[in-house]
Design a protein around this ligand. Structure first.
Ligand code: DGL
Length: 264
C-alpha cells in the first residue's frame, strides 16, 4: 500500500509557495499539506517570544490533524527563531529554512553581500552565526522589509507591484554605506523569490539573488529517499483563519498543485 502521509509545508502566508515549487519538482508525487498561518500573519514584525510560542504549538496541532511524514518550515522568521522548540515538540523530521549566506558568500566577488529578510530575521543571532561561519571576510549589509512581504502577498493575489513600491522597499538596503558594492543578495524571506523579477529590476544585472528553495527541496528528497509515494500527486492549502482575501488567492493555488482548501 502506498504511503499517503503528506509533507507539511508551513509559512505565515504565501511565501512557502516559493519553496513548494522546488519540492514539487524534486518530489512530483508527494502529497502536500500547505499551511498558511494567515491568522498569525505577518511574522516578521512579531517578537521572538510570540513566534517561539505560536509556531511549535500550531505545528503540534497540525501534526495531530494531518499526520505528516515530514515538516518543512518554509519560513526564515519561524526557522531562525523557533526551530529548536519545534524539533523538541515534534517527533518528526523537520526541515528549516535559513538564509543562504553560505552560497551567496561563496559566489561574491566584491565580498559584499546583502541579507534581505524580515525585520525579525535580520536581527537573529542565528544570522550572526551564519555570517561568522560562512561570510566572515565579507561586508554583510542587512535589511528587513515588511513592505516587500505585503507586496508578495498582493502579487500572488493578482496585484502587480508598482516598481516605485519595490524601489522604496529596497532603499533601506541600497542606501547603507558600502551597498554599491553588493553583488549578491540573500533572499532571506521565502516571500521574496516570488518578487525575484521585480527585485532584479531594481538591483541590476550584476547582483545575484540567492535563496534556499533548491537546498530545502534537496534535503527533503534526501530525508524521504526510501519513502513510497501515491501514484498521483495531491495538494491542499490549509488556512488558520478566514481573513486575508483567500478568494483572491485561490486562483493561484492550483499553479502550485494545491487543488483543495481547508481551514484549521
Ligand atoms: N515568509 C516568511 C519568512 O520567510 C515571513 C513573512 C512574514 O510573515 O513576515 O520569513
Amino acid at each position: 500500500m502506498s504511503d499517503t502521509r503528506p509533507i507539511l509545508v508551513f509559512d505565515s502566508g504565501v511565501g512557502g509557495l516559493s519553496v513548494l515549487a522546488h519540492i514539487r519538482r524534486a518530489l512530483p508525487h508527494a502529497p502536500i499539506a500547505y499551511i498558511a498561518d494567515n491568522a498569525g500573519y505577518p511574522y516578521g514584525t512579531k517578537s521572538e517570544a510570540e513566534i517561539a510560542s505560536r509556531v511549535p504549538a500550531l505545528l503540534g496541532r497540525l501534526a495531530e490533524r494531518y499526520h505528516p511524514r515530514l515538516v518543512v518550515i518554509a519560513c526564515n522568521t519561524a526557522s531562525t527563531i523557533a526551530l529548536p522548540y519545534v524539533r523538541s515538540a515534534l517527533d518528526l523530521p523537520i526541515v528549516g529554512t535559513v538564509p543562504a549566506v553560505k552560497p551567496a558568500a561563496a559566489q561574491s566577488k566584491t565580498r559584499t553581500i546583502g541579507v534581505l529578510g524580515t525585520e525579525a530575521t535580520v536581527r537573529q543571532p542565528y544570522v550572526d552565526r551564519l555570517v561568522d561561519e560562512f561570510a566572515s571576510d565579507c561586508q554583510v549589509i542587512r535589511h528587513g522589509s515588511a513592505e516587500l512581504v505585503d507586496l508578495a502577498e498582493a502579487k500572488v493575489r493578482g496585484k502587480t507591484p508598482e516598481p516605485a513600491a519595490i524601489q522604496a522597499a529596497l532603499s533601506g538596503l541600497f542606501t547603507q554605506p558600502g551597498a554599491a558594492e553588493i553583488d549578491a543578495i540573500v533572499l532571506s524571506c521565502t516571500h521574496f523569490p516570488l518578487l525575484a523579477d521585480e527585485i532584479r529590476a531594481v538591483a541590476g544585472p550584476n547582483v545575484h539573488l540567492v535563496d534556499s528553495g533548491e537546498g530545502i527541496a534537496r534535503r527533503t528528497a534526501f530525508l524521504t529517499a526510501t519513502d513510497t509515494w501515491p501514484d498521483a500527486p495531491s495538494g491542499r492549502a490549509i488556512f488558520t483563519g478566514r481573513g486575508g482575501d483567500i478568494e483572491a488567492l485561490a486562483p493561484a493555488l492550483p499553479n502550485f498543485g494545491l487543488t483543495q482548501i481547508d481551514y484549521l
